[in-house]
Unconditional design. Structure first.
Length: 66
C-alpha cells in the first residue's frame, strides 16, 4: 500500500490542518507522521493513522494500483 502524495496534499489542504495538527489527531508524533508519508510502502495500520489524522477515509489517500 502506498500513500499518494497528491491525494494526501489535497486531503490536508481540505482539512485546513497543519502536519503537526494532523499528527496529533492521528495520535502519533510529527516525526513519525512524516516518516510514514515518506515511505514507499506502508502498512494498512499506518495508512489508517494518516487518514484519521486528516479526517478522510484511507481510500482517499492511497494509490489503488501497484
Amino acid at each position: 500500500m502506498r500513500i499518494n502524495d497528491t491525494k494526501f496534499d489535497i486531503a490536508l489542504a481540505n482539512s485546513g490542518l497543519t502536519i503537526e495538527q494532523a499528527a496529533a489527531r492521528a495520535g502519533i508524533s510529527r516525526q513519525r507522521f512524516t516518516m510514514i508519508l515518506n515511505q514507499k510502502r506502508v502498512t494498512p495500520q499506518a495508512a489508517g493513522k494518516i487518514a484519521r489524522g486528516v479526517g478522510v477515509n484511507v481510500t482517499e489517500i492511497i494509490d489503488t494500483e501497484d
